[in-house]
Design a binder for this molecule. Structure first.
Ligand SMILES: Nc1nc2c(ncn2[C@@H]2O[C@H](COP(=O)(O)OP(=O)(O)OP(=O)(O)O)[C@@H](O)[C@H]2O)c(=O)[nH]1
Ligand SMILES: [Mg+2]
Length: 478
């Protein structure tokens, strides 16, 4: 028996960004050639792509851990590190991506539809890129950021226009085999079909797909038989077809009560009420079956169903059925909004990436949250004082210090940047006073400067602020 896997847990890891390089150009007779450390490369993304030649999630069941490659570190001589390679994971059409809590992240329909499941880390800037007029030779570089780690669940939902439902042995697979070129297994014992079969039907100018699911029995919603699990495959269909057996030998069954049972199970499953339904009375090649079909037809029609009498074995009534289904499918397609073809749910971003928040916690700790400050912390090599100073400047310019001050923080108070389980905590040393200029800047010592007249000092300060502003924009290309 082939294994059918329609739900897998997948652990994906994007590549880490390469570290930036801190290097100084050296050449004979030119002792101070300037910084020439290159940038680190970007880590590879993990990307899911719909590939119509893939039909199962089996590969991921066997190897559920996947990782894209890391970016390479930058090197001296202004050489950038190579970007990591994206890892492209082919998935079947109709794959739904969920997070661990069952929330839908993306619904991948249509060949080529892509979803970035884990984003690669950005490479760190090298010291060449960090050099500026006032920081001529930075002795540090930025670290590459770690790539995303995600635990996701993939679920397969067959993308079929028409779904056949019914008791075991009603002839669902037989119908698919005569309406399309598909050759599913057919046998005279219940639960022959263990996984959905899919066929393509051409009726006039309409081409549509038809799928069956394993047979349903009373109590399927409580897990009887193969249960209702497979009904997820009919969730996307536009038409439900009840295949009713007119020649069953089980004494307590007949087409009308069979229909009631299946409808009750569909109701238990939920979400299918709005789908149009059609009734097929199968096995009318058998004389008793034909009689029973004629007997129940008025009742079914009185309930509002369109009824088709067919024989899958004797190839009777098939053309009429397939054209009627084509018509309903065409109507459903016309009514569907265009963008339905590729549905991707983009997860809303938790934090607005331009801002940050400062909160005072019960134990007196000040917590800073925000995309930029947290990213800058990840980029900082805390063993390098200059790098730490650069971080302080960046935070300062974003206004973090000012907000800390407003929130009541004083020198020596604990400040955490990041979430509760992933934060850098330090004792705060303000470099800026409320309403005053910056006291000192990295790579300079203001005590060494010659005294300047007040007007000149004001001009210089303005020029520095302008430069800082420019630098800030320049250094945040992300
Ligand atoms: N006489 C007659 N027999 C049929 C007809 N359609 C199907 N059968 C027989 O009914 C039995 C079951 O057919 P399947 O197509 O496997 O039924 P199914 O609904 O797919 O059954 P499960 O996969 O078990 O749910 C087989 O022995 C078929 O040959 C028909 O129109 N006439
Ligand atoms: Mg079958």
């Amino acid at each position: 028996m082939t294994t059918f896997v329609d739900r897998v847990e997948l652990h994906v890891a994007a590549g880490n960004g390469g570290h930036g390089c801190a290097s100084v150009h050296r050449e004979k007779f030119k002792p101070l050639g300037g910084p020439d450390g290159g940038n680190g490369g970007r880590g590879g993304d993990v990307i899911l792509v719909v590939d119509q030649s893939v039909t199962t999630l089996l590969d991921y069941h066997h190897s559920p851990h996947r990782k894209a490659t890391n970016g390479k570190p930058g090197e001296g001589g202004n050489r950038s590190g190579k970007d990591g390679q994206d890892l492209v994971l082919p998935v079947p059409d109709g794959t739904v991506v969920l997070d661990r809590n069952g929330e839908v992240l993306a619904d991948l329909v249509g060949h080529g539809t892509r979803y970035v499941a884990a984003q690669g880390g950005r490479g760190g800037l090298g010291n060449a890129a960090l050099a500026s007029a006032r920081r001529k030779a930075p002795g540090f570089a930025l670290l590459g950021e770690p790539g995303d780690l995600q635990d996701i669940v993939l679920e397969l939902k067959t993308v079929a226009d028409v779904a056949l439902v019914g008791y075991p042995s009603a002839g669902k697979s037989s119908l698919i085999s005569v309406l399309s070129a598909a050759k599913p297994k057919i046998a005279d014992y219940p639960f022959t079909t263990l996984v959905p079969n899919l066929g393509v039907v051409t009726a006039g100018s309409t081409v549509y797909t038809i799928a069956d699911v394993p047979g349903l029995i009373p109590g399927a919603s409580q897990g009887k038989g193969l249960g209702l699990e497979f009904l997820r495959h009919v969730e996307r269909c536009s038409v439900l077809v009840h295949v009713l057996d007119t020649a069953t030998l089980e004494s307590q069954r007949d087409p009308l009560s069979d229909l009631d049972v299946i409808e009750e199970e569909l109701r238990q499953y939920g979400g299918l009420d709005d789908r149009p339904r059609v009734v097929v009375l199968n096995k009318t090649d058998i004389p008793d079956g034909k009689d029973l079909a004629d007997m129940v037809r008025p009742d079914l029609e009185a309930r509002g169903y369109r009824v088709f009498e067919v024989s899958a074995v004797a190839h009777q009534g098939l053309k009429e059925l397939s054209y009627a289904l084509a018509e309903i499918v065409a109507q459903a397609r016309a009514a569907k909004p265009k963008e339905e073809a590729t549905r991707i749910v983009i997860r809303p971003k938790a934090v607005d990436d331009s801002g940050f928040t400062v909160t005072r916690e019960e134990d007196g700790l000040y917590r800073v949250r925000g995309e930029k400050p947290e990213r800058w912390v990840r980029q900082t090599d805390f063993n390098n004082d200059e790098a730490v100073g650069y971080l302080a400047d960046r935070l300062n310019r974003l206004g973090v210090e000012e907000e800390l001050m407003k929130a009541g923080a004083r020198a020596g108070d604990g400040v955490a940047i990041g979430s509760e389980d992933n934060a850098v905590v330090f004792d705060w040393e303000p470099t800026m006073m409320a309403g005053a200029e910056m006291l000192g800047r990295r790579g300079e010592d203001h005590r060494l400067e010659a005294p300047r007249p007040a007007a000149q000092r004001r001009k210089d300060r303005q020029a520095e602020r302008d430069e800082a502003e420019r630098e800030y924009d320049e250094f945040d290309p992300f």
